[in-house]
Design a protein around this ligand. Structure first.
Ligand SMILES: Nc1ncnc2c1ncn2[C@@H]1O[C@H](COP(=O)(O)OP(=O)(O)OP(=O)(O)O)[C@@H](O)[C@H]1O
Ligand SMILES: O=P(O)(O)OC[C@H]1O[C@H](OP(=O)(O)OP(=O)(O)O)[C@H](O)[C@@H]1O
Ligand SMILES: [Mg+2]
Length: 407
């Protein structure tokens, strides 16, 4: 006879793994999807997965209305620990917003560049809860946390949905052995003869709002959920669950626990987002101005982050002719077109123009292709340097935010 002993997976935190039957959460009611500012594919995917609502217990807008309490400071919530914490502060630093935290156990900090704003370090789920309760005005958290704890509350506005860190997806995974060996899609999983009212598919998840909602939207009826705080991947092998619904990034944890993802089993794509309380933006003095400044800095940095500046010299008779050669190549048009300037040289005491310097921005991914194209049209001495900021005339997300707020 063998005996199993449960050990904490994180000895520093020492949470003892516990599985408990989930409270039934399914009580569908129609509601408006989140207000998403932005048009990326991820964002659209989130909207489609949030089309119908499940009545929430704690964080739903009807249950908890944000109260605008009089205070001088705008409050920005940042993750206090975990994998999002350092990246959030680093992103702000890259935008020249320096979070001054005296010591890591102090939960309030200042950003000298935004004197009317204070930072509060909170656990990601509490950032969402506090945005809803009116205790925070802005926050940086993963979209998964926003969807799970925000539960489609209309007071939450995603100001920037792609901060370029914390990438992961929320996905269903099943064992790659036993009765699941040949099951590779959500449909095949749902159609397995094993599941019935008496013996439903048992799913372990920390996402007790999004999980039931996703199953319901996909017409999967015989399913129950249990919840745990971590190390969910152990649940199938322990016989506690048939499947899990958890966040995946590298996929290593699934692989190491003999689990696999299935077609149609992705509930949402997630990365870090800037979220705001609608009421704070409309009612709190200075909040909109602050969000505008943060958004401008973020957009300028994130746009530049994906690009290089490329400078090259090109022989030519005049700027027009050089421009025509450069623009004949598909990857050399830059943001608005190439900047072309004459290079002045002296020959026998005479100033002449034999070369033109061209300056373009090139997506990092297309760098080598662009260098090849430059060479093909006579470019030489190609210099490549990182770009720090691209401030456009206007940030598209700002316009969308204003429309969303009916301003
Ligand atoms: N592989 C991943 N697993 C989990 N979260 C990830 C992963 N990659 C990115 N993330 C992002 O990080 C967030 C989780 O961070 P973290 O694990 O530090 O906090 P938490 O799980 O909410 O807190 P705690 O573990 O203390 O309950 C997720 O909500 C998600 O947005
Ligand atoms: O696809 P991967 O890169 O392997 O990442 C996925 C794992 O990371 C997270 O766990 P975390 O590290 O937060 O530990 P936890 O289980 O204690 O939450 C998540 O819950 C998965 O278990
Ligand atoms: Mg975790």
């Amino acid at each position: 006879m063998s005996m199993s002993i449960l050990l904490p997976t994180n000895l520093q935190q020492c949470p003892s793994p516990s599985f408990s039957p989930s409270t039934p959460l399914l009580s569908p009611s129609p509601s408006t999807a989140f207000s998403f500012v932005g048009t990326s594919r991820r964002c659209l995917r989130l909207v489609t997965c949030c089309v119908s609502s499940v009545q929430s217990s704690v964080a739903n807008g009807s249950a908890l209305a944000a109260v605008i309490v009089e205070r001088d400071q705008i409050r920005l919530g940042l993750p206090s620990k975990g994998r999002m914490a350092a990246d959030s502060v680093d992103l702000l630093k890259d935008c020249q917003l320096f979070v001054k935290q005296v010591n890591p156990r102090q939960y309030v900090a200042q950003i000298p560049q935004l004197p009317n704003t204070e930072v509060w370090f909170q656990r990601p789920k509490d950032i969402v809860r506090k945005l809803l309760s009116g205790d925070l005005d802005l926050g940086i958290v993963g979209l998964d946390t926003v969807c799970e704890y925000g539960q489609e509350n209309e007071d939450l506005i995603i100001v920037h949905e792609a901060l370029n860190f914390g990438d992961c997806h929320l996905s269903i995974a099943i064992p790659n052995y036993g009765i699941f060996e040949n099951i590779n899609s959500l449909k095949e999983l749902a159609d397995m003869p094993q599941w019935s009212e008496e013996r439903p598919l048992r799913v372990a998840t920390g996402f007790t709002y999004l999980g039931p909602k996703f199953m319901e939207e996909n017409g999967i009826k015989h399913v129950t959920f249990s919840t745990a705080d971590g190390a969910l991947e152990a649940a199938p092998a322990m016989g506690i669950a048939d499947a899990i619904l958890d966040l995946v990034s590298s996929g290593t944890t699934l692989k190491e626990n003999n689990l696999k993802e299935i077609e149609g089993g992705v509930v949402l794509e997630s990365q870090a987002a800037l979220v705001a309380s609608r009421r704070a933006l409309t009612d709190r003095k200075g909040a909109l101005k602050t969000v505008h400044e943060i958004l401008e800095r973020l957009e300028a940095h994130l746009k530049a982050d994906g690009q290089f500046t490329v400078v090259a010299n090109m022989r030519g008779n005049n700027a027009q002719e050089v421009a025509e050669r450069v623009l004949s190549q598909p990857s050399l048009s830059g943001l608005q077109g190439p900047t072309i300037s004459p290079v002045y040289c002296t020959q026998n005491g005479k100033v002449s123009i034999d070369y033109y310097a061209i300056v373009i921005c090139v997506p990092k991914k297309a760098l080598y292709e662009s260098v090849k194209q430059l060479r093909a049209v006579g470019g030489s001495g190609v210099l490549v340097s990182p770009l720090t900021y691209i401030f456009d005339e206007d940030t598209p997300r700002w316009g969308q935010l204003l429309r969303n707020l009916n301003l």
